[in-house]
Design a protein. Structure first.
Length: 437
């Protein structure tokens, strides 16, 4: 059941009974059936009074003011604004962001890394990611940048994490050895299995890319069995067979698989429409039900969308933004501009300074004030706003919010899965508790 009340949401926990989510603070409580039904039909003022009578609500967890000048903690470097694939929906317009192809040069990478690590204190953590286009086409710079970042972080006693998102076509033994040496988290973009993937992510000349990527993933997994390797699947109307894709990619050797709907493409191709999103929700729930079944049997099933949702619900994650874009995280263009995130690289309207001059604080403050979920419509009256954060900024700005019903439906399911698994397999959440301790 999906409530439209902005302050709370009633959801069905199945065999564990009805439960209640308080939006502010993302707090979850079990309630009896009579109270749930009375709350469901109550007018908003009466519902708030009912919650107050049982000691729920009344405390504000979300600060009304946007964060003030948050420090930079993560950068993604667009080290190669060019690509060897011709994906039909590419947000980077074929990898070059609609401009002549170019690679990041060393002075830009050097300045970005020094800017990132120079702004933190000993004991803090930063993250450095490499994206494109296809980042591995500029592997020489990636090697040099990683080595410098590791050296500077060690000298300052700063913890650093490295990540790369790649199409996998250039990922040979030498590249894999390097990524494993520095403990990279590797994400490979795959949009299905065999012909399904090939239709969406062909080479520039039109040939399929799946078989090539498959061989490289198998070789990488065999050579480095402990290297974290995730698959990212962009979902379009042409690849909605999620369960089949999930099982095949896990069998291929990926630790986890995550799905993300294509909501805005510069070309307008392969965008998800209302009917497609309805199908996507059912396919996601099907994957989630298999996750629940396997978890109850003590097996791991690397469906990262649900794993992440369960962890965030357990932690009580509540946020007025969907991510750190324009706050602690920035995308860096090949020429050194700081963008609100990697998807805004090349967009002059969402540039926030440069690696040389630093963050343009006026632009950052305006962004954080404008993009806050409580200032968005229809977000401000949605019970899911502090779990969702308002959705991807890039997609909201360019297409609006066509996926709100899908997001609410998915979070409603995830909340139910959380309370069921909390009873069936409470040990699933011990790692989350240990990290928080």
């Amino acid at each position: 059941m999906i409530s439209t009340e902005a302050d709370f949401h009633l959801f069905d926990g199945g065999e564990v009974g009805p439960h209640l989510l308080l939006a502010d603070g993302s707090q979850v409580f079990g309630v009896d059936a009579a109270f749930a039904e009375a709350l469901r039909v109550a007018e908003p003022d009466v519902a708030r009074a009912m919650l107050g009578e049982v000691g729920l609500g009344g405390r504000n967890f979300i600060d009304a003011a946007p964060p003030e000048d948050p420090p930079m903690r993560a950068l993604s470097l667009s080290v190669a604004q060019r690509c060897n694939l011709g994906c039909t929906y590419c947000y980077a317009e074929g990898g070059d962001f609609g401009k002549p192809p170019r690679d990041m040069e060393w002075p830009t990478a050097d300045a970005a890394i020094r800017r990132l690590i120079g702004g933190v204190d000993s004991g803090e953590r930063v993250n450095l990611a490499f994206l494109g286009g296809e980042p591995l086409s500029n592997i020489v710079l990636i090697r040099r940048a990683t080595e410098l970042a590791a050296e500077l972080a060690a000298a300052k006693r700063v913890r650093i994490g490295f990540a790369i998102t790649t199409n996998g076509t250039l990922l040979g033994d030498t590249e894999g050895d390097f990524l494993a040496r520095f403990g990279f988290s590797v994400t490979i973009s795959l949009d299905g299995v065999g012909p399904v993937h090939d239709q969406l992510r062909p080479a520039k000349g039109g040939r399929g890319s799946f078989d090539r990527i498959r061989a490289r993933v198998i070789a990488l997994r065999k050579r480095h069995p402990r290297l974290p390797i995730a698959a990212r699947v962009t979902v379009t109307p042409r690849n909605l067979e999620l369960r089949e894709t999930l099982d095949c990619l896990l069998e291929l050797g990926f630790d986890s698989v995550g799905f993300s709907p294509m909501l805005h493409a510069p070309s307008g191709r392969d965008e998800m429409q209302e009917m497609d999103l309805n199908c996507l929700l059912q396919a996601m729930i099907e994957c989630g039900e298999e996750y629940e079944r396997r978890a109850a049997a003590g097996e791991r099933y690397g469906f990262s969308n649900l794993e992440t949702a369960l962890q965030e619900i357990h932690r009580g994650t509540h946020r007025p933004y969907p991510c750190g874009a324009g706050a602690g995280y920035f995308g860096v263009s090949a020429t050194g501009e700081l963008a609100a995130c990697h998807r805004f690289v090349g967009d002059a309207d969402h540039t926030m300074g440069s690696v040389g001059a630093g963050v343009d604080l006026a632009s950052q403050r305006a962004w954080l004030d404008e993009r806050r979920v409580d200032r968005q419509e229809p977000c401000r009256s949605c019970w899911a706003r502090y779990l969702c954060g308002g959705g991807c900024h890039y997609e909201a700005i360019h297409r609006g919010r066509p996926a709100c019903d899908y997001i609410r439906g998915w979070l409603d399911y995830a909340l139910g899965a959380y309370v069921r698994l909390s009873v069936r397999r409470p040990e699933l959440f011990r790692t989350v508790d240990a990290k928080a301790a």
